[in-house]
Ligand binder design. Structure first.
Ligand SMILES: NC(=O)c1ccc[n+]([C@@H]2O[C@H](COP(=O)([O-])OP(=O)(O)OC[C@H]3O[C@@H](n4cnc5c(N)ncnc54)[C@H](O)[C@@H]3O)[C@@H](O)[C@H]2O)c1
Length: 344
């Protein structure tokens, strides 16, 4: 069976997650990794953080895998076909563009870039590139969110009247050089965390006319807790709350409550089963949700796009750029206490 030869850059929380996905995948072979941290290159992955349990090993056998301290050497390696970038956000654009110019396929973590200007440059490079390109907007592939997208599109319960999304976390302090707690490097919780819901809302409902946000500055120095109303006119209410200002051992939670004409659908990672449907007829149902998570599913999708030689449609470079644009509009709205019109 044809296998895509993968090089992973940045072996932190998400790098380890992606590494584990490729390792398990029958259509991928990891041929190289790159990280500035010698411990990661030696296979000592014991000092890793994260807010989602990855079940990965602490000591990893890297025999047969080339290790690079300089990510540019991995990009230049002719054995590497797919460059997977899970670097801190402020480094995404630089390395994604380098890898695209080198003719590689590129999967880069969300957000595609720290600014709209850099996101535009990546989208431009992706347009001209020989290789396939995708941004890992994993929520588009997350089973509970795929389920919601399907019932919205298929109008299973009629039209949406209101949709409320939530993403709550304590502050992520595990990052390399504590980059997440520096909004100049991470963009703050709005660009790092809340962007998942912003992107999903744009995916299922298209762009809102305006955004109106309230937000507070947090430990990153940027806006680390936000509540946004997305304006879709008089007939639908859409809002999202996201932040990492929660205290102590507050559990990470992603959730939604969507009211349709004929049912209310509720999801939370704190519930078991995670999705419940309350129908207008009084029934309480638990729909069948696909197994797995968004990380495995997005990587499976991207590998198949490469092998089938098709451009990924589920997340386009423009989609990823627009997610950054929308978050920046929310940031302006929160800072200036006003509506911000959206023009995508
Ligand atoms: N999709 C999701 O649910 C999700 C969750 C967490 C993080 N992320 C994203 O993944 C990316 C990485 O986040 P993280 O939490 O894994 O960060 P992290 O700090 O845990 O890992 C970053 C890694 O990059 C390495 N690194 C730093 N500079 C480097 C360089 N120049 N060359 C090579 N290696 C370098 C560090 O040593 C570290 O191992 C971010 O963009 C973040 O937004 C996505």
């Amino acid at each position: 069976m044809a296998k895509v030869k993968v090089g992973c850059i940045g072996i932190g929380f998400m790098g380890k997650m992606h590494f584990g996905c490729y390792k398990k995948h029958s259509k991928a072979q990891i041929v190289a990794i790159a990280d500035v941290d010698d411990a990661k290159l030696s296979g000592d992955w014991s000092k890793m953080g994260g807010n989602i349990e990855d079940g990965g090993a602490k000591k990893v056998n890297l025999s047969g895998i080339k290790t690079y301290k300089d990510a540019n050497d991995l990009i230049a390696d002719p054995d590497v076909e797919l460059v997977d970038i899970t670097l801190p956000t402020f480094l995404h654009a630089q390395y994604a563009i380098e890898a695209l110019k080198a003719g590689k396929h590129v999967l880069v973590e969300k957000p595609v870039a720290i600014s709209i200007a850099e996101a535009d440059k990546v989208a431009e490079a992706a347009k001209r590139a020989k290789g396939r390109f995708m941004v890992a907007q994993c929520i588009r592939f997350w089973p509970e969110y795929e389920y919601l997208a399907q019932i919205i599109k298929g109008r299973k319960y009629g039209r949406v009247k209101s949709a409320i999304f939530k993403r709550r976390s304590t502050a992520p302090t595990w990052g390399w050089q504590n980059w997440l707690m520096n909004s100049k490097r991470s963009g703050g919780a709005i660009l790092d965390l809340h962007i998942h819901d912003t992107d999903y809302i744009n995916y299922v409902f298209k762009a809102p006319k305006k955004v109106e946000s309230a937000g507070v500055t947090g430990p990153s120095g940027g806006i680390d807790h936000i509540v946004t109303n997305y304006d879709y006119g008089k007939n639908m209410v859409v809002s999202a709350e996201g932040g990492w200002t929660f205290h102590g051992v507050y559990p990470f939670e992603m959730a939604y409550t969507v009211v349709f004409d004929k049912a209310t659908v509720e999801f939370s990672t704190s519930h078991s089963p995670t999705v419940t449907v309350y129908t207008s007829g009084g029934k309480v149902e638990t729909p069948k949700i696909e197994s797995g998570d968004g990380y495995h599913r997005e990587i499976d999708y991207f590998l198949n796009c490469i092998l089938k030689k098709v451009r990924p449609k589920t997340v386009t470079p423009k989609d990823a750029r627009n997610a950054v644009y929308l978050v920046k509009a929310e940031e302006r709205s929160a800072r200036d206490h006003r509506n911000v019109a959206i023009s995508l």
